[in-house]
Design a protein around this ligand. Structure first.
Ligand code: SF4
Length: 298
């Protein structure tokens, strides 16, 4: 196949994910770049819309669920990881990408994040970190910078922000990356790496929200971003090096695959009752007659 034909096929594959619904995101929103990166990654991995599952949390990011043609689930606020984990356990051959915002992931659903990382469920989790609750008009989240004035915090935010990548790196993870919503090609590459990882691939995306987060627009990020692949001798198998480099969110902000441990066992692979099973759980579900059980409750 010539390069032109190959490009034509890729464009057609990309368009097969496009939905006819018009998006409702604000002009310049980072969600557009992130959705673009997710589709690019799937296309470049030759995964068709019917061959993957995309799980969405509540938030501006979750509005992507009807902007894309694929198998999609839109779950409850903060619960997308547990939802995606159930799907991953049911069908471990299905590529799963779950997305959630910083609010859902580091407040309402932080318990699910902790156990998602701990159990190493097989999925790519993309955390849209725009440092506020955009969908509900710009309230402070756990990652909003100290001193910012937000809706609902008319004085200013007085607590220190959480650092998502640093927190996940403290949980003995298997894959931690950080990308930027404005660098779609780089982010798509990180998502592809996540799709090829067996286990919980955590990808924090520094996302611009021009409507409600005025403190960190595109031109604030660009001069501060540093790709770890361009840092001489950076070893992404060294968790202490990853923890050190992830800590700076002000001056030199590291993006790229910060940490990778492909040897941590994925959840299903260590279940005794799944040993030597060739088929996914979803193919083994039997039909049970529950009519007698229903009678008991009548
Ligand atoms: Fe995007 Fe922010 Fe608008 Fe939400 S509020 S759509 S995150 S720019």
């Amino acid at each position: 196949m010539s390069q032109v034909q190959d490009l034509q096929v890729k464009i057609e594959q990309y368009l097969s994910f496009e939905s006819c619904n018009i998006h409702t995101w604000c002009s310049g929103c980072g969600d557009l770049g992130i959705l673009n990166a997710i589709i690019r990654a799937l296309v470049l991995e030759n995964i068709a819309p019917h061959e993957c599952l995309l799980c969405f949390d509540v938030g501006c990011n979750g509005n992507a669920s009807d902007k894309i043609t694929a198998n999609t689930i839109h779950g409850l606020h903060g619960r997308v990881i547990s939802l995606a984990a159930g799907c991953a356990i049911g069908n471990d051959s299905l590529p799963i990408i779950a997305t959630g915002g910083d609010g859902a992931t580091f407040s309402e659903g932080i318990n699910h994040l902790v156990h998602g990382v701990r159990n190493n469920y097989n999925m790519v989790f993309v955390c849209h970190n725009n440092s506020n609750y955009g969908l509900t008009t710009g309230q402070a989240s756990a990652t909003t910078r100290k001193g910012q004035v937000m809706n609902g915090t008319p004085g200013e935010v007085v607590s220190d922000p959480l650092n998502p990548a640093e927190i996940v790196l403290s949980l003995n993870p298997s894959f931690v990356a950080r990308g930027f919503s404005g660098d779609v090609e780089h982010l798509a590459d990180l998502i592809r790496k996540g799709l090829n990882h067996k286990g919980f691939a955590f990808i924090e995306v520094l996302q611009v929200c021009p409507t409600y987060n005025k403190a960190t627009p595109q031109n604030w990020y660009w001069p501060r971003l540093k790709k770890v692949e361009e840092i001489e001798n950076y070893d992404n198998t060294n968790i202490w090096q990853a923890r050190k480099i992830a800590s700076d969110l002000d001056n030199q902000i590291a993006i790229g695959l910060l940490y990778h441990n492909p040897n941590k066992e994925e959840f299903l692979s260590i279940q005794q009752n799944r040993q030597n099973r060739k088929t996914p759980l979803v193919d083994e579900v039997s039909v049970f007659d529950i009519s007698k059980l229903i009678q008991e409750f009548k």
